[in-house]
Design a protein around this ligand. Sequence first.
Ligand code: CMC
Length: 435
Amino acid sequence: MAERTVTVTDNTTGKVVELPVLEGTNGPRTIDIGKLYKNLGYFTYDPGFVSTASCDSQITYIDGEQGLLRYRGYPIEQLAEHSTFLEVCYLLLHGELPNKDKFDAFENRLKTHTLLDEKMRRFYLGFHNNSHPMAMMVATVGAMSAFYHDQIDVHDATSRETAAYRLIAKVPTMAAWVYKYTVGQPFIYPDNRFDYVTNFLYMMFGLPPVNYRPSPSFVRAMDLILILHADHEQNASTSTVRLAGSSGANPYAALSAGISSLWGPAHGGANEAVINMLEDIVQSDKDVNYYIERAKDKQSQFRLMGFGHRVYKNYDPRAKIIREVCHQLLGELGEDNPNRPLFDTAMELEQIALEDDYFIQRKLYPNVDFYSGIILRAMGIPLNMFTVIFALARTVGWISHWKEHMSDPQARIGRPRQLYTGEDQRNYVHIDERD
Ligand code: CMC
C-alpha cells in the first residue's frame, strides 16, 4: 500500500475504500482511482480532464499556477536562449541533451529520411486547389502508413525509433509541399547541405530558378517558434495521439489523428484565428473596445483568440519569451508596412485586455499563439500555414509521447467510461404505429 492514501466513503451504503496517492517528481499528488469501480461501483466524472491525469510521463512538466514549462527538466527559457530546435528534438525523444558526436549522428541520420517516396507526389496532385494545408497534412501524414505499414512493428523499440526519425525528418518536406501545392509552385526537394530549419524554409520559399537562402534572423525566429511549440504534455492533440496509438495503430495514422485534433481554433488553430480576428477588427468600423465588450458578453459566442489557457492561470511562459521577440520585430517594421494597422490593433488589444478586470479576474493572458500568429505574419508566412508550422514543431512531442506509451509494459488501450444520460430501455414500435 502507498504511504499516503485517501479514504472514500459512500455515505449511503457506508462502504469504504482506501485509495493510494501517487507522487511525481513535481506537481500535485494524484489519487489512483483504478480500484474505485471494482470496490465501490462508481465511475468518476471529469469532462475536459480538469482534475484527471490520463497517464504518467517523464517528458514535459507544466505548472500552470507558477507559469513553468520544462522539457525533460530543462526550463523553456534556457532552451529558448541557448538551444536549437533539433537539439530539443533529441532531448524530447531521448531524454538527455546530446554531446557533439551524438548530435551529429542524430542530424545525419535524420538527413537520410528527408525525402518522400516519389509516389507521394501524385498524392498531393489529387487535392482540390484551394484545400486547406491542414487538411492535406492530415491526409498525407496518414498516408505514410500506407507507404511504411509493412516495416513497422509497434512492439519493437528499433522499429519505433525508425518511425520517429522518419516523421521528424519528413514532416518539414510534407509541410513545404502542401504550401507549394496551394500556390501552384514546383515542389522543392530537401537539400541536406542545410540544417533542419534552413532546409524547411528553403523547401517552402525556394524556387528552381532562384538561389534562395533564408536570412539567419529568419531561421533563428523560426527555430524559436519551433522550440516553444515542441511539446506541451497531455494537451488535446498529444492525448489524441496516445489514445489512437494505444490500440496498437500505426504511428503515422496516430499522428494524423493528432494533427486533426490540433487544427481546431481552441488549440493549434488559434494562431490562424488570431490573425482572422485582427483582420476583422481592422476592416470593421468598430474600435477594439467593442470587441473586448463582445468577448465579455455571455450572450455572444465571441472569444478573444490568443487569450486564455486551460493550464496556465499565471502567464504562459512561452508567451513571455515570444512577446519580447514580437515587440522587437514590430518595433523594427516601418510605418508604411502593409500589416501596420493589424499589428497596431494587436498591441492595443493586448494592452486593454491586460488591464481589464474581466480578463484579470479570469487570468486570461495572451498565450503563445497570440504572439506566434503575429510573428509568423510579420515573417511573411501565409496565414493558412500557421497551424501547419505548429504541427511541424509538435511532431517530435507527439512521437515522443507515442514512444513512451508504447514502450511501457503496463500500457493498456485507452478506454474512458461515461455517465449515460440517454433514454432508459424502451421497446421497438413499428413505423406505422409511431406518431
Ligand atoms: N475570451 C473571452 N473569454 C474567455 C476566453 C477568451 N479567449 N477564454 C476563456 N474565457 C472565459 C470563459 O468565458 C469563462 O468565463 P466564465 O467563468 O465567466 O464562464 C472563463 O474565461 C473560463 O473559460 P473556460 O472556457 O472554462 O476555459 P478553458 O480552460 O476551458 O478554455 C481555452 C481554455 C484556451 C480553450 C480558452 O481560453 C479559449 O477558447 N481561448 C481562445 C482560443 C485560444 O487562444 N486557444 C489557444 C490555446 S494556447 C495553444 C495551445 O496550447 O493549444
